[in-house]
Design a protein around this ligand. Structure first.
Ligand SMILES: NC(=O)c1ccc[n+]([C@@H]2O[C@H](COP(=O)([O-])OP(=O)(O)OC[C@H]3O[C@@H](n4cnc5c(N)ncnc54)[C@H](O)[C@@H]3O)[C@@H](O)[C@H]2O)c1
Ligand SMILES: [Zn+2]
Length: 360
């Protein structure tokens, strides 16, 4: 088991990465937990809960399962209330652990509930999607959606532990796994040429869920995210680099009404668009752009979205909550492993980039 420590907001979060370490769980839990806690899952992941609940029982913790319907729509204030009232009814106390077993949806919802119940109870993230293992479970952000927009309400609250077991990915649908690889390529592009090269060389092993290759990739991504969060927990500066590919990506998701294109796919297309802008501005070479896109395709990700209405994408980009004064600040690559953030890109370059990814 690989261990990474994240220090932020006066707290210390221990992140453990391994394959099949559930049996060792009791040794990995924080000290002094109350004998009663909660395990939050969604309907697809609840099959993974019984072994976890059994191990917890052996460690003297009765964990009550809370099952949320799967899907992004469940990340709502209504479900937050259901969880909080359930915790109260079950008599959870200050030291009762809340265990989020699931993807980013469960992680964000249960994380918010843990952050606010009794003004904060110990949160343990056990992420079960690749996206959650390399991204959502790390960094202490949580949120729910409002009908008015995604992630509009939430807090910063560091989990006490993040237990990342790559063996949990075995049942994850292929499209979700591949989507998570977009974030992996993102980390390589923004911060770590060595990771990028490792993924290039081992993509076949990674895609067949080879334990050693996966552990290496996940642990490196986690360490990169942890180091960025430590430097900038509240997203005032350098944390912005994590948004590479997301400015265009979020707009594509919105234009596709959050169903046509999945998050990772949108980020992949967004990275192609950003690399194109960078090349057009003379910041990155054609080789950089091509190496990135070759790897994205080897991951099984799209870099194009034919038939996109460019006007719609531009409008959606201006509505993004990270936009100030109606002008998005882009994260653009200089070369593999190095990006610049806060770049103001001229409109004609943005439009040209959208054209290359399939805009009309
Ligand atoms: N807090 C953060 O910093 C942060 C960062 C990135 C994304 N997010 C959030 O994460 C969410 C997306 O996360 P996600 O992609 O993990 O989505 P998700 O949690 O909805 O999971 C995707 C699908 O996979 C299923 N699933 C999960 N694990 C499984 C497993 N092991 N086997 C079989 N099925 C499994 C889920 O039931 C769901 O249908 C979004 O709400 C996003 O806003 C948060
Ligand atoms: Zn993302």
């Amino acid at each position: 088991v690989r261990e990474i420590t994240l220090k932020a907001g006066g707290a210390e979060c221990r992140i453990l990465v391994g394959a099949g370490f559930l049996e060792k769980l009791p040794d990995l839990l924080p000290r002094g937990l109350a004998p009663k806690g909660a395990v939050v899952v969604d309907g697809h992941v609840k099959k993974l809960a019984p072994p976890l609940i059994k191990v917890l029982a052996e460690a003297g913790i009765a964990a009550i399962p809370f099952v949320i319907p799967p899907g992004e729509r469940s990340k709502s204030l209504a479900n937050l209330e259901k969880l909080l009232r359930g915790f109260a009814r079950e008599g959870l106390e200050r030291k009762s652990p809340v265990i989020a077993l699931g993807g980013g949806m469960v992680g964000d919802l249960a994380g918010f509930a843990a952050a606010t119940f009794l003004r904060g109870v110990p949160l343990i993230q056990v992420p079960t999607t690749l996206l959650a293992q390399v991204d959502a479970a790390i960094g202490g952000k949580n949120a729910v959606n409002l009908p008015e927009g995604k992630n509009l309400v939430g807090t910063f609250y560091q989990p006490a532990r993040v237990l990342i077991d790559t063996a949990l990915l075995a049942t994850l649908p292929e499209r979700d796994f591949v989507g998570g690889l977009a974030e992996v390529v993102k980390y390589g592009m923004i911060l770590d040429e060595g990771l990028f090269t490792f993924v290039e060389k081992n993509i076949a092993a990674i895609r067949r869920l080879d334990a050693a290759a996966l552990k290496e990739v996940v642990a490196r991504c986690v360490a990169l995210k942890a180091s960025v969060v430590e430097r900038d927990e509240r997203e005032g500066g350098v944390r912005a680099v994590l948004n590479y590919g997301h400015t265009v990506g979020h707009a594509l998701e919105a234009v596709g009404e959050y169903s046509r294109v999945h998050h990772g796919e949108a980020v992949s297309i967004g990275m192609e668009a950003a690399a194109f802008m960078s090349m057009r501005l003379g910041m990155a070479s054609l080789e950089t752009l091509e190496a990135q896109n070759r790897l994205l395709r080897a991951c099984g990700l799209p870099t194009r979205m034919p038939g996109l209405a460019r006007r719609e994408v531009l409008k959606a980009m201006q509505r993004d909550k990270k936009v100030r004064d109606g002008r998005p600040a882009f994260v653009l690559p200089e070369k593999i492993g190095k990006v610049r953030f806060g770049v103001d890109v001229p409109d004609d370059v943005v439009e040209a980039a959208l054209k290359t990814v399939g805009g009309k």
